[in-house]
Design a protein around this ligand. Structure first.
Ligand code: HEC
Length: 181
C-alpha cells in the first residue's frame, strides 16, 4: 500500500467522523427542545422555600408557604369539583353524616379529631392540632406523610390550585368561615 492509499483511507475515516458529528449537530438543531428553567412543581407560581417578608421596613425570612399567596390561586367553583374526590369518603353538610371519613362541615378552624361520634385513628387523635389553612394545606399534599398512621387512604393533592380551591370550598361549608389571611 503506498502512502497515497493510506492518505485516502485516513481521509475517508476523517470524512466519516465529520459526517457523524455533523448529523448529531444537525439533529440537535432540528430537535432542540428548550428545557423549562423551573421545575414543574414551581410552575403553579408559588415559592415554597424561602419567602422574604417586608414589614415596617424590616425584612424577615420565613421558611413557609405564604398561605395568602397560595389561597389566591384557588376558587370556589374549582374547589367544589376537587371535593368530588373527597366525597367518596366525606360529607360536608351541616347535617352531614360520618361515612368512611368524618363529616367535614366547619372543619377549617376546628381541632383535628373533634367529631365525637367518629372513630379516628390514634395518629389523628395524637395530632389533634387546629385545622388552620396552613395545617390543612400541609396535610392535603400527602396526608399519610404528614400524619403518619392516619387511616385516610388518599394519595393527596399535588397541585397548589387544587389544594387552595378545596380549602376555600371547605371553609365556605361552615356556619362561621374563618376570615381569609
Ligand atoms: C378513601 C377515603 C377518603 C378520601 C377519598 C378522603 N378522605 Fe379525608 N379522611 C378519611 C378518613 C378515614 C379520615 C379519618 C382519618 C384518621 O382518623 O386518621 C379522614 C380525615 C380527614 C380530615 C380530618 C378531619 C377531622 O375531623 O379532623 C380532613 C380534614 C380530611 N379527611 C379531608 C379530606 C379532603 C379535603 C379530601 C379530598 C381532597 C379527603 N379527605 C379525601 C377518608 C378519606
Amino acid at each position: 500500500m503506498d502512502s497515497f492509499e493510506i492518505n485516502k483511507i485516513i481521509a475517508a475515516v476523517l470524512l466519516t467522523a465529520l459526517i457523524v458529528i455533523g448529523i448529531g449537530k444537525a439533529a440537535d438543531l432540528v430537535f432542540h427542545v428548550d428545557k423549562p428553567k423551573q421545575s414543574a412543581y414551581k410552575i403553579d407560581g408559588l415559592e415554597v422555600a424561602e419567602v422574604t417578608k417586608e414589614s415596617d421596613g424590616k425584612s424577615e425570612t420565613v421558611e413557609a408557604v405564604d398561605i395568602a399567596q397560595l389561597l389566591a390561586l384557588g376558587n370556589l367553583a374549582h374547589g367544589e369539583k376537587v371535593f368530588k374526590k373527597c366525597s367518596a369518603c366525606h360529607m360536608i353538610a351541616s347535617d352531614g353524616k360520618n361515612m368512611i371519613g368524618p363529616n367535614l362541615w366547619g372543619v377549617i378552624g376546628r381541632n383535628a379529631a373533634s367529631i365525637s361520634d367518629y372513630k379516628y385513628s390514634k395518629a389523628m387523635v395524637a395530632y389533634g392540632k387546629n385545622w388552620t389553612f396552613e395545617e390543612m394545606n400541609s396535610y392535603l399534599i400527602k396526608p399519610q406523610a404528614y400524619i403518619k398512621g392516619t387511616k385516610m387512604a388518599f394519595a393527596g393533592l399535588r397541585k397548589e390550585k387544587d389544594r387552595a380551591s378545596v380549602i376555600l370550598y371547605m371553609n365556605s361549608k361552615s356556619s362561621s368561615p374563618v376570615p381569609l389571611p
